[in-house]
Design a binder for this molecule. Structure first.
Ligand code: 5GP
Length: 198
């Protein structure tokens, strides 16, 4: 998605060979117009998949997920990283190791909002080693629902997540796919292809 790639080039900060900071439009301050375009694109990619629900994880997955939910006209459920006092009934949980924080959290959601009839689109901001996505898949499967696919805003293709998920037979659609973060620069996969074709 050109608009997103341009924005990453302009405002993304490469913190290391593995971590990209996008605090100015996605992870802290959020750009609603960009989020709307992201939601529209994700909804278009999964328009024919009879999605009944979107599942994401707090907090940075919520903005793209809600916008996709608006275009697909389906509810959005977000998994919690901490169990709220009010979330007591029929809780389903999975363990997720956080790539950026290097800690393991139990994520959970109420079974009340997912059932066997649901076809779920999972959405998240980043895909790195796939731990968050795998945790969300576990939650959906525990509820007896189907995973129709995964929509990602920024995939770091040099990490293993996309490969692991695709090997499991899961459809992964990423709007920006980063080939490398070497030397402080963001290089997208399609840029590499274009370069080779020159
Ligand atoms: P994974 O579970 O795929 O290893 O990592 C995905 C999660 O870690 C995402 O939910 C995202 O919050 C966080 N994450 C992974 N890599 C990055 C990164 O380079 N930048 C930012 N801002 N978040 C990341």
């Amino acid at each position: 998605m050109k608009l997103l790639e341009d924005r990453i080039k302009k405002d993304g900060k490469v913190l290391s060979e593995h971590v990209l900071k996008v605090d100015s439009f996605l992870n802290h301050q959020m750009d609603p117009v960009l989020m709307q375009e992201i939601g529209k694109e994700l909804a278009t990619l999964f328009a024919k998949d009879e999605i009944t629900k979107i599942v994401t994880i707090e907090s940075s997955g919520i903005a793209p997920a809600i916008m996709a939910g608006l275009y697909l006209n389906v509810p959005v459920v977000f998994a919690r990283k901490r169990k709220p006092l009010t979330l007591t009934e029929d809780l389903i949980s999975a363990a997720v190791h956080s790539f950026t924080k290097n800690e393991t959290n139990e994520i959970s959601l109420s079974k009340k909002y997912l059932d066997e009839q649901d076809r779920v689109l999972i959405i998240d901001d980043f895909l790195a080693n796939g731990q968050a996505a795998l945790g969300l898949i576990q939650l959906v499967q525990q509820a007896g629902a189907d995973v129709a696919g995964i929509g990602i805003v920024i995939e770091k293709s040099f990490q293993q997540g996309a490969e692991i998920l695709k090997e499991m037979g899961i459809r992964v659609e990423s709007l920006a796919r980063i080939q490398s973060l070497s030397n402080g620069n963001v290089t997208f996969i399609n840029e590499k292809v274009e370069e080779l074709m020159k």
